[in-house]
Design a protein around this ligand. Sequence first.
Ligand code: SF4
Ligand code: MG
Length: 320
Amino acid sequence: SKAFDLSESLLERLRSGRRTLRAVDNIDLAVYQGETLGIVGESGSGKSTVAKLLAGLSRPTDGAVRFDGDSVGTVTERTDDCRSDIGFVFQDAGESINPRQTVRETIAEPLLEQGWEKERREARVQTLLDRLDLPTAVASRRSHQLSGGQRQRVALARALALEPRVLILDEPTTGLDASTRSRLLDVLDSLQRRLDLTYVVISHDLDVVRHLADRVLVMYLGRVVERGPAELLFDRPSHPYTAALVESIPPLDGTMPLEGEVPSAVDPPSGCAFHTRCPKAEPECVNTVPESRAVGRAETRCHFADAVADGNRTSKHPGC
Ligand code: SF4
Ligand code: MG
C-alpha cells in the first residue's frame, strides 16, 4: 500500500532575491510501505526540498503531501500513543548533535518532548542503543568523544525513538570513510528488515542508492527526469542524465559527473532543461519540453528515451 503520496501538482517555490524559483515542479510520487525509494541528482536538483516536504518541514505552495491518506503536516503534528510515523535524519545529522548533551540525552530528547516517564525513557534508549549496536558505555559520552560512524548511529537512534514507520535519510553517508559507510549501510539494511521500515534515501552518491533502493527517482532542476526499478536504471538508463550519473560511479563527493554548471533554477533552460549539458541533445530539445513516457518499466522525460535505452543496452551487453 502507499505510504506517501504526493499529489500531481506539487509545486514548491522558493524565493531567490526578488525572483521565485521552482525548487520542485510538478512532482508526483508515491512511496510504498516497506520499500526503499532512492532520490538522486546533483545539488540544486531539488531532492532535499522533496525530503523536507515529505518530512512536513516545509509546505508545498501547490498540491499536497499525504501520508496514509492524511496531510503530512497533520501527521507530524499529531503523535498517537507518543509515536510518530515519520522520522528523518538530515544531512550532517551526526555533526549537528548538541555537543553539550550526552548520547543518552540526545536519544531521549524526542521521548521527553512526548512526555515519556523516566523509566520508560531509559528502557527505550537502551533498546535503541542495542538496535544500533552501540555499547552501553557510549550513552554517557558527548559527541566529540564519538567516531563519525557512532555519531551517525546516534542520529539514527534518535530518529527511531518514536517508532516511525518511515525514515527519510538525506545524504546518510556524507563524510564517512568507505568502511564506516559500508557498515552503516548494513545497519540500515538490518533495521529495515527487523522493523519493517520504509526508507526514502536522498543521495548524490549512487553507490549508496544502488545498495539500498528498490526504486529510484532521478531529479534534474526540480523535475523528475527518470524513475523506475533500481536495477533497471543502473543497468539500462533511458535518460542521458541518468546514464551520465551511472557512468560517474564512484563519484567524488560533490563532483559533477557532467561537464558544465547546473543551470540556474531561477531561469531554467527552455525545452528540455538538460539540453545545455546533454551529449544527445538535438535541435528539438531546445524548443520542446519532453513529456514523461514509459520505457519498459521506467518512466523517462527525454525525446529519445528509447534510443538512449537501446544504446545503453548495446554497450553494456554486446550481442544481446
Ligand atoms: Fe538530452 Fe534532448 Fe533527451 Fe533532453 S530531450 S535528455 S536534451 S536528448
Ligand atoms: Mg542535499
